[in-house]
Structures are given as structure tokens and as C-alpha cells.
Design a protein around this ligand. Structure first.
Ligand SMILES: Nc1ncnc2c1ncn2[C@@H]1O[C@H](COP(=O)(O)OP(=O)(O)O)[C@@H](O)[C@H]1O
Ligand code: SF4
Ligand SMILES: [Mg+2]
Length: 375
């Protein structure tokens, strides 16, 4: 299991497509990559039906768990598990963005990678347009890859320094026969332009671009595959503040133009504010609050969400802030506190909080909170 896990963990979507394609049958036959054709093939090839689901949702995550085994000692004895994602459920509607926030190490990246099956799951179900991603046979997963993409935090390490930009953007376009060969060059030019890159720079190498432009190349590489869903994992965290808004605006423009659906991950609530339609707040592997951006920003209910808000600086010296300071360090996800995992740092902790686990409950329409204050 570990060998398989290591293999999938290490593969970025773009490299995966190249590696997998060499094994695929009929790799030279142009493939209809529309979602309908893909779904029809899935039904035809192995009889896997689409699961019953809400057609409005592109992504449906139910009770997702991802535990990483901890190996100890000389003989790699199993010493327990890092409970990186511990029963998380949410849906993302077509054409919308869900912001996923929480401190470093709370499991955001693991949620994103497991949705895309870059990690194996421990339990739960993930549906992409009704297709159970983790049950797909390998060949069907390869065909699905263009539709589900990921943009990483660090545009420096996610681009190969040995290839010029047109090769970086075009490699998987060729592998998946996204456009006929005769249209390839024009298509790459068009994708570069739509991401704010000049096509006459297409023979340049990544080191010749600035950080913001490199992130534009990463975005171009993803959208060139005509995806439906993109996990954006801290895509602006490594960039200067002045560039961050430009990249977020680019992602929003592309979403409007192409009808994309995003999971936008950030440790910073102020970054997700502009782009998100809904927001999920994670703490130690759990979703502790989930709702529309308006609800979460106007009425944060969970004490942890309140604490995250009060850490956002307000650029007005006249505004008096009642800060909620998060005390203590984040407990280990290998040995989380009993009951409510936040009880060791919560200023509103009650007697019951260390004993019973609060369930995620809908306390107002579409506004979910996991806290005993709302029982
Ligand atoms: N491949 C892995 N093997 C073991 N532990 C991991 C692996 N990936 C992540 N983790 C652990 O899972 C927890 C959540 O990590 P991650 O999802 O990267 O958090 P975030 O993106 O919120 O910072 C962390 O404790 C991290 O150390
Ligand atoms: S359940 Fe208790 S400890 Fe947890 S957030 Fe609510 S009040 Fe705080
Ligand atoms: Mg992360």
C-alpha cells in the first residue's frame, strides 16, 4: 500500500499524463475528450455507472478520511497514523469557488490531493460529476486527468527548468489530443494570451520569467487541457502582495470565460475573500465551519473562525479590534485532543468540550458549524 501511495503522492498532474500515456492503448488515435464522451466510455468500458448525485455539483465529498501511516524503528513498525483528513464532507457547485482555509498542517493540501487521487483515500467517497474518482480503473483515470487539474503554491518548483514554455504548456495537450496537430501552435498562442502571456515568449525558459509570470504559465498549462475542476493550492502565497491580486483576477476571469469550478486553498482568510463563493474552515483534519462567503464573513460562528478573522490586520488606526488570540500551538494530528479538537486552545471551552465530539450541524440555512455552543 505504501509503494502505491508513494507513487501517486509524487506525481504532479502534468508528469502523470506523460508517463501514463506511454502505457495507454491507441495513444495516437484522436480521442473525444468531452465530459459526455468520457462518461459514456466509463459506462461502456467497465460498467461503472455514475453514482446518483446532484447535477448542480461538480464535486461531492462525503466522509473523506486520509490517514498517513507513521513508520517507526529499524523495521518500519507501524507506530500510528497522522489523521490528516478526518471525516470531511462538502459539495462544490458548478462554476463556483469554494475557499478552504486553516492554519498550516490542518489538512488542506491533503484534501485537494485526495480529491484528485494524487493520494489514495483511507475512507469516504469523492464524486466528480457523479464519477467515483477512486474507483476508476487506471486507464479511465488517465482519460479523466485533463478534466481535474491542480495548481501548486510554488511556481518555481512546479515548472521543469529544462523545457521552454510552449513545451511545458503543450506536452499534455499533445498527449491527450486536446486539439488536432494542425491547430496546436495557434492553440498554445491562444492559451498564453488568455493567461496574460505573450506568445512571442514561448521559446523562453521558466527562469527567464518573474514569479507572477511563472504562476501564469502554471495556470496556462492547466487550462490548456480544458478542465472542469481545478484545485488551486495556495497559488498566490509565494508571490508579492502586488502580484497576488492580478493572479486572483486572472483565475476569476478564466472561471467566468470557461465555466470552471475551483477549490481555492489558502491559510489566509483575506486571500480567499475576493474569489470564493463558499468557504470551509478546517482545523486538525476537520471542517469546523462551512457556508456562503457572506455568512462566514458577516457572522463567523465557530470560535476558531473568529480567531482567524481577528488575525487579519485592519489598515485603519481608528478601528478598535477585539482580538481573539489563539493560545498554544496546534496539537499533533497524530495524537489529536479528545472531544472537540480545538478545546485546548478555545477561549469558550466548556466542560463537555473535551469529552464529546461536536457534529457539523446546519445552524442556519446553508451555514454549518461543529461546536457545542450551537447544540
Ligand atoms: N505524504 C505524507 N506523509 C505523511 N504525512 C503527511 C503527508 N502529507 C501530509 N502529511 C501530514 O498531514 C498533515 C496535513 O498536511 P497538509 O495537508 O499538507 O496540511 P496543509 O496543506 O493544511 O498545510 C500534516 O501533519 C502533514 O505533516
Ligand atoms: S466545541 Fe467547545 S471547545 Fe470546541 S469550539 Fe466549541 S466551545 Fe470551543
Ligand atoms: Mg498545504
Amino acid at each position: 500500500m505504501m509503494a502505491e501511495e508513494k507513487k501517486t503522492d509524487e506525481m504532479a498532474p502534468s508528469t502523470m499524463t506523460a508517463q501514463e500515456s506511454t502505457a495507454g492503448e491507441g495513444a495516437n488515435v484522436p480521442m473525444d475528450n468531452s465530459l459526455e464522451a468520457l462518461q459514456a466510455r466509463i459506462r461502456y468500458v467497465d460498467g461503472l455507472p455514475r453514482e446518483p448525485h446532484d447535477e448542480q455539483n461538480v464535486i461531492e465529498v462525503s466522509h473523506l478520511m486520509k490517514y498517513f501511516p507513521i513508520k517507526v524503528g529499524l523495521f518500519s513498525r507501524l507506530g500510528g497514523y497522522v489523521r490528516a483528513v478526518d471525516d470531511v464532507s462538502f459539495n462544490i457547485k458548478r462554476g463556483t469557488t469554494m475557499g478552504l482555509v486553516g492554519e498550516s498542517g490542518c489538512g488542506k493540501t491533503t484534501v485537494g490531493k485526495t480529491i484528485l487521487r494524487l493520494n489514495d483515500k483511507t475512507a469516504g467517497q469523492i464524486l466528480f460529476n457523479g464519477i467515483d474518482i477512486h474507483r476508476l480503473p487506471h486507464e479511465e483515470l488517465r482519460r479523466l486527468r485533463p478534466k481535474i487539474q491542480m495548481i501548486f503554491q510554488d511556481p518555481y518548483s512546479s515548472l521543469s527548468p529544462r523545457f521552454p514554455v510552449n513545451e511545458i504548456i503543450g506536452e499534455a495537450v499533445r498527449e491527450h489530443h486536446i486539439v488536432p496537430n494542425a491547430e496546436f501552435d495557434d492553440y498554445i498562442d491562444q492559451v498564453m494570451l488568455s493567461c496574460g502571456l505573450q506568445p512571442y515568449h514561448k521559446d523562453r525558459y521558466p527562469h527567464e520569467f518573474s514569479g507572477g509570470q511563472r504562476q501564469r504559465i502554471c495556470i496556462a498549462r492547466s487550462i490548456a487541457l480544458k478542465p472542469d475542476f481545478i484545485v488551486c493550492d495556495e497559488p498566490v502565497s509565494a508571490l508579492d502582495v502586488s502580484i497576488q491580486a492580478q493572479i486572483i483576477n486572472l483565475l476569476m476571469d478564466l472561471q467566468n470565460e470557461l465555466g470552471l469550478t475551483y477549490l481555492f486553498i489558502s491559510h489566509d482568510l483575506s486571500v480567499v475573500e475576493h474569489i470564493s463563493d463558499t468557504i470551509g474552515v478546517m482545523y486538525l483534519g476537520n471542517l469546523v465551519e462551512h457556508g456562503s462567503k457572506k455568512e462566514i464573513f458577516s457572522r463567523p460562528l465557530h470560535p476558531y473562525t473568529e480567531a482567524l478573522f481577528s488575525s487579519i490586520p485592519v489598515p485603519d488606526p481608528d478601528v478598535k479590534m477585539s482580538r481573539v488570540i489563539l493560545e498554544g500551538s496546534i496539537p499533533s494530528p497524530a495524537n489529536p485532543p479528545s472531544g472537540c479538537k480545538f478545546h485546548t486552545r478555545c477561549s469558550k471551552c466548556m466542560a463537555c468540550c473535551s469529552e464529546s465530539v461536536p457534529e457539523l450541524k446546519e445552524v442556519e440555512t446553508g451555514h454549518f458549524v461543529a461546536c457545542h455552543l450551537y447544540d
